[in-house]
Design a protein around this ligand. Structure first.
Ligand SMILES: [Zn+2]
Length: 299
């Protein structure tokens, strides 16, 4: 990707209202949300609709985005621990980017004392339905259930140091949104749709006031009747240097049966111990999570 700026766009008309803080490309191999933000800001700048509050779109791992890699020194979605943030140490490339993003959020937060929302845009290495990953703190889960897609609870509770952990900790309401497969055009449309719907559900923008109701928002809204809520049952963690090979052909939320052959880990076959659903099967080289098992729960 070409060199990108930290702030992809900011739009407000000076009217009091919420802040929507959208991050994209926290993983450098996931530029989809950046394209979606550009599209949203293009329309906002062109039409200048009436809006309450402000939307700010921010790029994540700028150096990794430029190089098209997931990260440089360490995963930028694992650095946001209390310890790292409190220490102020910028001893890796990602920590420098982390503190830069924190200062952008602090600056835009100074402008208003209204409600703050975040939306963190990602994509997955395997084909997937778009889904929300929500940490069950504050009013995150209620906010997530305004949206028409699959919802995963508890991911951030297992994997520490995610940006949504940090944002929730400082009282910003929101979730992570996985738009689909890394390279898919649908993922860009899903991210765009989600940004529009977040503006709408935050009471910031009446989407029908736009010259054309955004197709991407309509497209996402059509999924509402099929929405499900899942909880994490199991994480198959990987250690540095492990040899891990997921069996071919798994897609996110695919049903798996007890005894089903899932992966080869350091030469040993891994079989499912559950009748449940597979989540985030790893089909790329970098990453600490082989796969997850999730179960459907009541909404
Ligand atoms: Zn990601």
């Amino acid at each position: 990707m070409e060199t990108i700026k930290r702030i992809i766009g900011e739009y407000g008309t000076g009217k009091e209202g919420p802040l929507l803080f959208v991050t994209a490309g926290i993983h450098g191999n996931e530029p989809s949300g950046i394209y979606a933000l550009r599209r949203v800001f293009e329309i906002l700048e062109e039409e200048k609709p009436d809006i309450k509050g402000k939307i700010v779109g921010v790029s994540g791992n700028m150096e990794a985005l430029k190089k098209g890699v997931r990260y440089i020194d360490e995963d930028l979605n694992r650095t946001w621990t209390e310890e790292n943030v409190d220490s102020g140490k910028k001893d890796s490339h990602e920590k420098k980017e982390m503190f830069d993003i924190i200062s952008v959020l602090e600056n835009v937060s100074k402008e208003s004392s209204s409600k703050r929302y975040f939306l963190d845009c990602h994509t997955t290495s395997a084909a997937s339905e778009p889904y929300i990953s929500v940490q069950e703190v504050n009013d995150n889960d209620d906010w997530a259930h305004h949206f028409p897609v699959y919802i995963i609870r508890g991911f951030s509770d297992i994997v520490k140091g995610c940006i949504d952990h940090y944002e929730s900790r400082i009282g910003v309401t929101g979730f992570v949104f996985e738009g689909g497969h890394h390279e898919s055009t649908e993922a860009i449309a899903h991210h765009e749709g989600m940004i529009w719907l977040a503006l709408r559900h935050a009471g910031m923008l009446d989407l029908s006031s736009l010259n054309k109701y955004p197709e991407a928002a309509k497209f996402l809204e059509e999924k509402r009747n099929h929405r499900k809520t899942f909880e994490i049952e199991y994480r198959h963690g990987l250690e540095e240097g492990d040899d891990f090979k997921m069996q071919e052909g798994f897609v996110n939320f695919q049903a798996v049966k007890k005894g089903e052959y899932l992966a080869l880990h350091n030469g040993k076959k891994v079989h499912s111990e559950w009748d449940a659903f597979i989540f985030m099967p790893l089909y790329q080289k970098q990453g600490n999570d082989g796969f997850f098992i999730v179960k459907e729960v009541a909404q």
